[in-house]
Design a protein around this ligand. Structure first.
Ligand code: NAI
Length: 462
C-alpha cells in the first residue's frame, strides 16, 4: 500500500524515539504498534506505572515512618487501592497520549496492528502490505518463564499482573531479587504485604557493586522485606487461596515450601520476536534469542535492522532510546553512535540505587589499578534532614590517571545524581575535575563531590 523510507516495528521507547528522530531528519516514517496505546512495555506495563505505585507508596511510607518525627501529627491515610489504580492509569494515559501527540507533531504514521515481514523491504499489518527502504525491529522483550511455574496473572503473576492485582495481598513471594522483584516487592511491602524474596544467588541485584548490594539488602530488610538467598525455586503451584512455592537451598540441597496469596515471578526477560517471520527470512539469531546485528544495528539481511531489548545489551528503556536515536542518524546518513560504557542503571526504591561504569568486582577481575573515593550520606546535611543518610556515594577512578571508571550511589535521588558522573565520564573527566566543580549547598549532589574529593586528598565532611 503505502511506501516509507523507514518502518519501525514496535512503539516502545526504542521504536518511538527512533521514529521521531527519523522524521526530524526528513525521513518518511511509520511505526507499527498493535497495542491500543503507544509507549510499549515501559509506558503501559513497566517503568511508568511502577513509578506511579512507587511514588504513592513512598508517600505512605513517609507518613508512617517520618511524619511524627517532623511534628506532623494526626490520622494516618487509608489505602484506597482502586483510587491508587486510577491514579496509575491516569499517569499511563498522560504519557502514552503524549507520544501520540509527538507522532502527529512530527508526522510519524502509526500503522495500528501487529506487523510481520513477509519479505525484505515489506511489512504486513493486517491485510495491508507496506514497502519500506529500511525496516527497524524494536519489538522489545517479555517476561521469561520458569520451569514448573505457570503464570496465570491472577495468583502467579509477572510484573504485568503485579501492577493490577485486584486487591493488596496479605502475603507475596517474589521469585528473583532483580530490579523488578525489588521495586514491586517494595511497593507491596509499603502497603502492608508480607513480602518474601527468594533469590538463586547469594546476593541481591546481580551485577551490582557488591558493597552497594549489601547495604541495599540491609535497608530493605529494615523496611520489612524478607530475603531467602542461595535458593533455587523448583516450582510454584496456584491453589484456591494462594500459591505454594517450592525451593531448594543450594548450600545443602534441602527442600522447602513457602505459601503466599500471590507469587511474583521476576526472573528476567527475553527478547520478543515471535510472529515477525524472522525464521522464514533467514535472520541470524544469537543463542539467547536476540537478533544478531552489526555495529550499525543491521541484521544479516540488507535494510533490516534491530534495536533495544531485541538485541544484545542491558534491557533498559534508555539504552533502547539511545539506540533508536543512533539508528535514525545512521539511516539519515549521519554517524549515530551509542557509548555503551556510560549507560546508567537505576533501581527506584527508597533509597534509590544507581550505578554507571565498572563495579569494583569488574575492575578486580580486569586486574586494573584503581582507587576508591567513598562518602557516606551521614555527612550530607540534606540527606540527614530527610531521614535518608543510610547510603553512600562511591567513585572508582584509575589509580594512575584519576580518570573516572565507575560510580555507585545508594541514597536520596541517586537516580538523578548519577547523571553528573555520566556526563563527567562522557567527557573523559578525572575525579579531580568533579571535585573542583562548585556544588550548591545544601544539596544531595555535594555527596558526589565529596566522593570525588575522597579520590584525592580526602573528603571534607567525613
Ligand atoms: P533480573 O535479571 O534483574 O533479575 C532476575 C533474578 O532472578 C536474578 O537475580 C536471578 O538470579 C533470579 N533467579 C532466576 N531464576 C531463579 C530461580 N529459579 N530461583 C530463584 N531466583 C532465580 O530480572 P528482572 O528483575 O525480572 O528484570 C528484567 C529486566 O527488566 C532486567 O533487564 C531489568 O534491568 C529490567 N528492568 C529495569 C528496571 C529499571 O531500570 N529500574 C525496572 C524493571 C525492569
Amino acid at each position: 500500500m503505502a511506501e516509507f523510507d523507514v518502518i519501525i516495528i514496535g512503539g516502545g521507547p526504542g521504536g518511538y524515539v527512533c521514529a521521531i528522530r527519523c522524521a526530524q531528519l526528513g525521513l518518511k516514517t511509520a511505526v507499527v504498534e498493535g497495542r491500543d496505546s503507544l509507549g510499549g512495555t515501559c509506558l503501559n506495563v513497566g517503568c511508568i506505572p511502577s513509578k506511579a505505585l512507587l511514588n504513592a507508596t513512598h508517600h505512605l511510607h513517609e507518613v508512617h515512618e517520618n511524619f511524627e518525627k517532623m511534628g506532623l501529627m494526626g490520622a494516618k491515610p487509608k489505602v484506597d487501592w482502586a483510587k491508587m489504580q486510577d491514579y496509575k492509569q491516569g499517569v499511563i494515559d498522560g504519557n502514552t497520549k503524549g507520544i501520540e501527540f509527538l507522532f502527529k507533531k512530527n508526522k510519524v504514521t502509526w500503522l495500528k496492528g501487529w506487523g510481520s515481514i513477509p519479505e525484505a523491504g515489506k511489512v504486513k499489518v493486517g491485510d495491508d502490505v507496506h514497502s519500506a527502504k529500511n525496516i527497524v525491529i524494536a519489538t522489545g522483550s517479555e517476561p521469561s518463564s520458569l520451569p514448573n511455574v505457570t503464570v496465570d496473572e491472577q495468583v502467579i503473576v509477572t510484573s504485568t499482573g503485579a501492577l493490577t492485582l485486584p486487591k493488596v495481598p496479605k502475603s507475596m513471594v517474589v521469585i528473583g531479587a532483580g530490579v523488578i522483584g525489588l521495586e514491586m516487592g517494595s511497593v507491596y511491602a509499603r502497603l502492608g504485604t508480607q513480602v518474601t524474596v527468594v533469590e538463586y544467588l547469594d546476593a541481591i541485584t546481580p551485577g551490582m557493586d557488591a558493597e552497594v548490594a549489601k547495604t541495599f539488602q540491609k535497608i530493605l530488610t529494615k523496611q520489612g522485606l524478607k530475603f531467602i538467598l542461595g535458593a533455587a525455586v523448583q516450582g510454584a503451584e496456584a491453589g484456591k487461596s494462594g500459591a505454594k512455592v517450592s525451593y531448594k537451598l543450594r548450600k545443602d540441597d534441602s527442600e522447602h515450601v513457602l505459601e503466599a496469596e500471590v507469587v511474583l515471578v521476576a526472573t528476567g526477560r527475553k527478547p520478543f520476536t515471535q510472529g515477525l517471520g524472522l525464521e522464514a527470512l533467514g535472520t541470524e539469531m544469537l543463542p539467547r534469542g536476540q537478533i544478531k546485528t552489526d555495529d550499525h544495528f543491521q541484521t544479516n539481511i540488507k535494510g533490516l535492522y534491530a534495536i533495544g531489548d531485541a538485541i544484545v545489551g542491558p534491557m533498559l528503556a534508555h539504552k533502547a532510546e539511545d539506540e533508536g536515536m543512533a539508528m535514525a542518524e545512521i539511516l539519515a546518513g549521519k554517524h549515530g553512535h551509542v557509548n555503551y560504557g556510560v549507560i546508567p542503571g537505576v533501581v527506584y526504591t527508597t533509597p534509590e540505587v544507581a550505578s554507571v561504569g565498572a563495579t569494583e568486582e569488574q575492575l578486580k577481575d580486569q586486574g586494573r589499578a584503581y582507587k576508591v573515593g567513598k562518602f557516606s550520606f551521614m555527612g550530607n546535611g540534606r540527606a540527614k534532614a530527610v531521614f535518608q543518610a543510610d547510603g553512600f556515594v562511591k567513585i572508582l577512578a584509575d589509580k594512575e590517571t584519576d580518570r573516572i571508571l565507575g560510580a555507585h550511589i545508594i541514597g536520596p535521588m541517586a537516580g538523578d545524581l548519577i547523571h553528573e558522573v555520566c556526563v563527567a565520564m562522557e567527557f573523559g573527566a578525572s575525579a579531580q575535575d568533579l571535585a573542583l566543580t562548585c556544588h550548591a549547598h545544601p544539596t544531595y549532589s555535594e555527596a558526589v563531590r565529596e566522593a570525588a574529593l575522597a579520590c584525592g586528598d580526602g573528603a571534607i565532611h567525613a
